[in-house]
Write a protein that binds this ligand. Structure first.
Ligand SMILES: [Zn+2]
Length: 324
C-alpha cells in the first residue's frame, strides 16, 4: 500500500496528515504557525508536523509517495514557496515548501496550491459526481475562490487566479480594501471587514440599535448574533447578502460552474444568514445556467482534505487519476 500526505498551512495553524491510497486519514498532527523569526521557522514547523503525523501513523516519511500542500499566499509557484505572506509578521519574507517536503519524503511529487485551490480540489474529490466544473469560495478573514473549469484547476501564471475577494462589487467604492483599492468584495463581507462596514451603515442609517457598533470589541459575530432580534442587524445581514450574491454571480458568469461550495468561518458559522441568501437570490442575477450554491461538506478540514486529494490525484481532485 502507498501512503499520501497533505499539509494545510494557515496563518494561525499548520496541519499535516498521512492517508492511505483511498484518502482515508491514518494520522494527523497540528501545531500553531510560528510567527517568526523568519520563514524558515515556518518551513521547519511544516516538516515537524509531517514527521509527527508519519510517526503517529507508524509510516516512515520516505514511504510517502506524494504530498499536497494547501497554503496561505501569495505563492511563488516556480520556486515552490510562499512569498511575503500578507497575514504573517513582516520578518517572514519567504517560506520554502516544495523543496524541503520533497527531501523529507524522498519524492519529487509534491503539489503546492493556494488554500482555496486546495479547497476546490477537496470538494471535487469528495463530491458524488466528481464534477469537472465547480468553485469553492471561502468567506473568512478574507474572501477567495478555487476554480476548476473543464477539469483543470485554474492557478494562473503566478498562482493567483481566483483572488475574487478583490473583484469590484461596489463601483462607488465606499469601502477601501486591505489591499488599498476601493469597492472590493472582501472590504464589505470578510470577517475582518464586517464590523467597519456595519459602522459605516450605522452612520448612514442614524437608527437605534442594540448592536454594540461603538464597542471596541465589536465583531462580525455580534452582527450575526443580533440578527432576527434587531432591525439594524438585519439590515447589515441583508447588505452582506447583496454583495455576496453579486460576488458569486460574477464568478458564475465567468466560469459556468455546476456547483459553488461556500466555506470559511463566516459561512460555516452562519449558514442560514450567509449561504442560504446567496442560494436563494443567485437565480435572479445569473444569466448563464444557475449553479447550485451550498455550504462546504468538508467543514474546516476542506484545505487539509484537498491537500490529501491533490496528493492522490496528481494535483487535480479528479478521481479517475487516482494513483494506485
Ligand atoms: Zn482588495
Amino acid at each position: 500500500m502507498g501512503y499520501y500526505a497533505g499539509v494545510d498551512l494557515g496563518a494561525t495553524n499548520v496541519r499535516a496528515a498521512v492517508a492511505d491510497d483511498e484518502g482515508t486519514v491514518i494520522a494527523a498532527h497540528e501545531r500553531p504557525t510560528p510567527q517568526g523569526p523568519t520563514g524558515i521557522a515556518v518551513t521547519e514547523a511544516v516538516l515537524d508536523c509531517l514527521r509527527s503525523a508519519c510517526s503517529s501513523a507508524s509510516v516512515d516519511p520516505s514511504a510517502v509517495l506524494t504530498a499536497g500542500i494547501g497554503s496561505i499566499g501569495p505563492l511563488d509557484l516556480a520556486e515552490g514557496a510562499v512569498d511575503n505572506p500578507a497575514n504573517l509578521p513582516d520578518s517572514i519574507d519567504r517560506i520554502p515548501l516544495t523543496g524541503p517536503v520533497e527531501q523529507l519524503i524522498h519524492s519529487d511529487r509534491v503539489f503546492l496550491h493556494n488554500d482555496t485551490n486546495a479547497g476546490v480540489i477537496g470538494e471535487r474529490f469528495h463530491s458524488d459526481r466528481n464534477p469537472d466544473d465547480m468553485v469553492y469560495v471561502t468567506i473568512s478573514s478574507g474572501i477567495g475562490a478555487g476554480v476548476t473549469v473543464d477539469g483543470e484547476v485554474l492557478s494562473g501564471w503566478d498562482g493567483n487566479a481566483g483572488e475574487v475577494g478583490h473583484m469590484i462589487v461596489d463601483p462607488q467604492g465606499r469601502r477601501t480594501c486591505g489591499c488599498g483599492r476601493d469597492g472590493h468584495w472582501e472590504a464589505y463581507c470578510s470577517g475582518n471587514n464586517i464590523p467597519e462596514y456595519a459602522e459605516m451603515l450605522y452612520e448612514d442609517a442614524d437608527v437605534d440599535t442594540a448592536l454594540p457598533v461603538e464597542d471596541p470589541d465589536f465583531s462580525a459575530k455580534d452582527v450575526f448574533d443580533y440578527a432576527g432580534m434587531d432591525a439594524f442587524a438585519d439590515h447589515v445581514v441583508e447588505q452582506l447578502a447583496h454583495w455576496n450574491t453579486l460576488g458569486v454571480t460574477n464568478i458564475a458568469q465567468a466560469y459556468a460552474p455546476i456547483v459553488v461550495h461556500v466555506g470559511g468561518a463566516v459561512a460555516l458559522n452562519n449558514e442560514e444568514l450567509v449561504v442560504d441568501p446567496i442560494a436563494e437570490r443567485v437565480d435572479e442575477y445569473v444569466f448563464n445556467n444557475v449553479p447550485e450554491v451550498q455550504l462546504t461538506s468538508l467543514g474546516d478540514e476542506v484545505v487539509l482534505k484537498g491537500a490529501i486529494a491533490s496528493a492522490l490525484t496528481d494535483g487535480t481532485g479528479d478521481r479517475t487519476r487516482m494513483r494506485r
